[in-house]
Each structure stands twice: as structure tokens, then as C-alpha cells.
Design a protein around this ligand. Sequence first.
Ligand code: GTP
Ligand code: MG
Length: 315
Amino acid sequence: MSDVDLKTLEGVGPAMASKLRSSGLTTINALAVTPPKEIAEKTGIGFNTVLKIVATARESMGVDFITAEELWKRRQHMLKCSLGSTFLNELLGGGIETQAMTEFIGEYGVGKTQLCLMLCVTAQLPVEKAGLDGNVVYIDTEGTFMPERVFEIAMAMDLDPHKTLSNIFLARAYNSSHQSLLIDGLFKFCPENNIKLVVVDSMIGHFRGEYVGRETLSERQQKLNSLLHKLLRLTEAYNLPVVVTNQVQANPAQFFGDPNRPAGGHVMAHACTHRVFLRKGRQGTRIAKVIDSPYLPENSARFKITEKGIEDVQD
Ligand code: GTP
Ligand code: MG
């Protein structure tokens, strides 16, 4: 579909369409939202030509100005993916949203990866069952993706566990530049493989490990920022949710309240649409709190991690 789309664009011949396609720019939408400089670098097409085709792409999509009514309509196509717990879904306004990036933040062992694994299964459910009716990409930076766990969750949901596992495309990112490369590739991979959910677990681990010391901070933040914005563009280009995990770091200057704050500073805070802070509660339960969102209230919900995946806590 996308190929035909591109070629229908004025000024894009078959050769150029093929260059764009092989750089992961497979739709007019992707062309319209990607910075021209990046397109020129990726494809080798001259910058002025890129400016022209990007302008045409934007015009044909009407992305420069849309009415609020059109935005409302676009958002009607937003889907919400269930997390398996009614309270958690309610907290997030129905589930994990497409066209948005959701961040799970919390200390080790709190359940960030478990939530992501649960989503790998629920995202494959049909839309009527609060799924996204598609496949999943999982970028694993820590080597903690557990197929056995997905198998177990799929079994508990009466799904074919082998089929469920076959629909999850895993990539183990070995360092931050590998992680960037993998994320770049998603603009091509997602439409070609019916990907409806992208997980990056964890978004920031490699960056924290590789850029140590104050003098490297601004470079790290710039790279992280550009990567996060690519992921945001991906959510809009293909109507899918991106879910990222993030660790907490101790803030020694904090005397009151929780001394742990999300890593990644303002860059993470601004890029993520919904931020969900997780902590351990009584008797092995977990508490999720929305800490930053354009329209979700700052509420909390309790859930538990069980052999079935994620479940409600019944009081
Ligand atoms: P880091 O990646 O280390 O930062 O932690 P995380 O937040 O990703 O933690 P993770 O999702 O790996 O959560 C691990 C916790 O989930 C364990 O401590 C267990 O409490 C729970 N858990 C994992 N698997 C199961 C399971 O099969 N059954 C039950 N009941 N709990 C599980
Ligand atoms: Mg984890």
C-alpha cells in the first residue's frame, strides 16, 4: 500500500520511492513527519529535493493546519490496549493508548518488565477484546524478556502460546547506538509486519551506563531526545502505542517524600505522553500512579503480578 502511496506523490518517481522505502520511509505520513535533514542523510537524496517532497507530502496530508474537528476525528481512531487489570486500565483511561508514548518508571523488581510482557499478549487480542489486533516489537536492552513467562500468560488466557510467541519480534540491543539503529529500522519494519505495539525495555539503561560523568550529560540527553522523538513519530505514523521503561535514581537533595525520581531528566519527562510511576505496596501488591499526563488525572491503582500475568487486587 505504502509504495503506491509514495509514488502517487508529485515529484517522486519509482527510483526515489524505492530509495525512500529502503530507508524505512514507506508512507506519505512518515515522510511528512520526519525531519528533512534526517531523510536526506538516510536516503542520499539531495536536501533541496527532500524539502520539496516533504512539503508536497505535508500538503497532501494537510498536516500543516488541521481543524480541531479533524484532530478530534483522528483521535477517534485511537485504540486502547488492556493491561489485564480493570483498575489499571481505568487509571489509564481505558488502557495503553495508541498515538502516544507511555512510560513505566520504578525501582528494580517492581514489575515494569512484567507489565510489558503482559502487553505483548494482550496487544494481539482483537480490538473487541481490548487488544490491538496485531504483532509486537520488543527491544530488550537488558536481556530480561522471558518467553516462558509469555507462554504462561498466553496459556492462562486460553491462547495458543506458540502462536503468541511467533507474533513477537524481539531485538536484543547491545548498546545505545545499536538501540538507535533498531529504532530507526522500525519505520520500515512496523508497517511490513503488522506491528501494533512497540516496547523498549529499558529506554535509558544503556545511556546511563555509557555516558557517565557530567561532561557527557548534554550529549547523552541530545541523543536520547532525538530517539524519543523518533518513537513519538512512530506512534502517530502507524497509530500504535510505544511503551518504554525507565529506572529511578536517588536524589540525595530530597529530604521529604520519595527520594527516588525518574532517570532521564526533562528529556524523558517531556517526550513521554503518559508517565506511570510504580512502587511496591502491601502484601506483594503493586501501586501504579499517573504522574504526568496531558489529560489523565493523577490517580493511583493497585494491581498484582500473578502466574496469569497482571490482575486486580480484590479488597
Ligand atoms: P528491573 O528490570 O530490574 O528494573 O525490574 P522490573 O521492574 O522490570 O521488574 P520485573 O517486571 O522483572 O518484576 C519482577 C517481579 O515480578 C518479581 O520480583 C516477582 O515479584 C514478579 N513476578 C515475576 N514473574 C512472576 C510470576 O510468574 N508469578 C508471580 N506471582 N510473580 C512474578
Ligand atoms: Mg525489567
